[in-house]
Design a protein around this ligand. Structure first.
Ligand code: FAD
Length: 383
């Protein structure tokens, strides 16, 4: 099953009208204090009430089929909304992973029962999922996961430990990658994905704090957790190929180059109509880089909507996009003359401080740059 009923190019006028509507809504919400714009808001801005408001407007999963709570709209409209939310620094983290990954995963591989149960609740902005892939010794080397699920009467008994799980402590469910048969010679076989109720008996969640005191990811310990048979996603043993297609969604979206957009916009604002030559050159470079990244990302988004798996191209967008994000912070810091300050009332200084604190994670989360370059290199060699 593909993601959208009308994949491909959308009517530009409709997309432009939607963009104007979303932008006006966000300007209003920001001006009236519903949210304070911040960098990296797709991971730092967790607001169930804001997610529910977006759900009421039909702006979550609007490219999904209407029988699953979507609006049957073209993929490009979902993309437009995503861009505007990120550029505005709106608090979208609560529903982010469910919309970006879990929805498409269930549409492709879920049972009808799972789709009907979860997708409309995700689209309403009421049901949040965490992505439980990484483990203490299985990050880049994801096939090394040790979390195991043993077959028992009516389901599976799950034991293991996940780390760096974004928003697990405030999510309802986790998609847990685990071994359903012992590790053999073929490491990618015997893996499966289970939907785990994060409030079930045996689940304990410990938030992990960042150096700046913020905490948006957790350690998730699974101790004899019972998961019923109907919570297996796709087929038992097919987890690896399902995860690979999920990673293309995770790596190619505009959040891989727009995390610092609120800072960039504040910097351009502060530069005024007649910036000095170096500032003007930097703004030009930012625009050129963003334009290229956006074209690549939109192409992938369309391919995903058609049910393809553009994994190498997605790795490329993530590697280039996150490198751009980190470069943009350095460039603005050098030119603005502002001291980064998380308490500042000056927008550039405040957003700079947020962006600097988040920057080291850009090239780690979703796959490190070294791993992404390896994926691209392998594909170039084999093609
Ligand atoms: C903010 C944030 C949010 C996250 N959210 C989630 C989440 O929600 N769910 C989830 O499952 N995970 C999440 N992660 C985990 C993330 O996916 C992993 O951190 C990442 O995949 C790297 O794994 P690792 O930390 O185990 O590092 P390692 O794999 O131990 O890597 C350490 C270093 O060695 C390098 N390296 C490793 N192998 C190779 C190789 N073969 N060739 C060259 N270099 C190599 C890496 O590039 C890296 O620099 C999150 C991480 C961050 C920072």
């Amino acid at each position: 099953m593909t993601l959208t009923s009308t994949p491909g190019r959308t009517d530009a006028a409709e997309a432009a009208a939607l963009r104007a509507e979303v932008r006006a809504f966000l300007a209003d919400a920001s001006a009236s204090g519903v949210f304070v714009p911040r960098c990296d808001s797709w991971i730092t801005g967790h607001s169930p009430s804001f997610s529910r408001t977006l759900g009421e407007r039909g702006w979550i999963g609007l490219n999904w089929p209407s029988r699953y709570g979507g609006r049957d709209r073209p993929e490009m409209e979902r993309y437009v909304i995503t861009e505007e939310l990120l550029a505005a620094g709106a608090p979208v983290a609560a529903h982010w992973f469910a919309q970006r990954q879990t929805g498409p995963l269930l549409i492709r591989h879920g049972t009808e029962e799972q789709r009907v149960r979860f997708l409309p609740a995700i689209a309403r902005g009421e049901c949040y999922f965490a992505i439980c892939m990484s483990e203490p010794n299985a990050g880049s080397d994801l096939a090394a996961v040790r979390t195991s699920a043993e077959k028992v009467d009516g389901g599976w008994r799950v034991n293991g430990r996940k780390v760096w799980t974004s928003h697990a402590h405030v999510s309802h469910f986790g998609i847990v990658l685990c071994r359903t048969s012992p590790l053999g010679e073929r490491r990618h076989e015997g893996l499966s994905q289970l939907i785990v109720d994060l409030h079930a008996a045996g689940v304990s969640i410990r938030p992990i704090r960042l150096l700046n005191g913020e905490g948006h990811f957790s350690e998730v310990v699974l101790d004899d957790v019972f998961v019923p048979d109907d919570m297996v996603v796709g087929s038992v043993g097919n987890g690896w190929s399902q995860v690979l297609s999920e990673l293309a969604f995770e790596r190619s979206g505009p959040e891989r180059f727009l995390s610092t957009m609120p800072l960039i916009l504040a910097f351009i604002d502060a530069a005024g109509a007649d910036p000095d030559a170096e500032t003007a050159e930097t703004i030009g470079r930012i625009g050129a880089e963003l334009w290229t990244l956006r074209r690549m990302s939109i192409d992938i988004s369309r391919a995903l909507g058609r049910g393809e798996a553009p994994n190498t191209r997605a790795a490329l967008v993530k590697e280039l996009g996150t490198r751009f994000e980190q470069w943009s912070i350095d460039a603005i810091r050098r030119l603005s003359g502002d001291e980064p300050d998380p308490e500042s009332t000056d927008r550039v200084a405040l957003l700079l401080a947020q962006a600097i604190a988040a920057a080291p994670t850009f090239t780690l989360r979703g796959g490190t740059s070294e791993i992404l370059r390896g994926i691209v290199a392998r594909d170039l060699v084999s093609s």
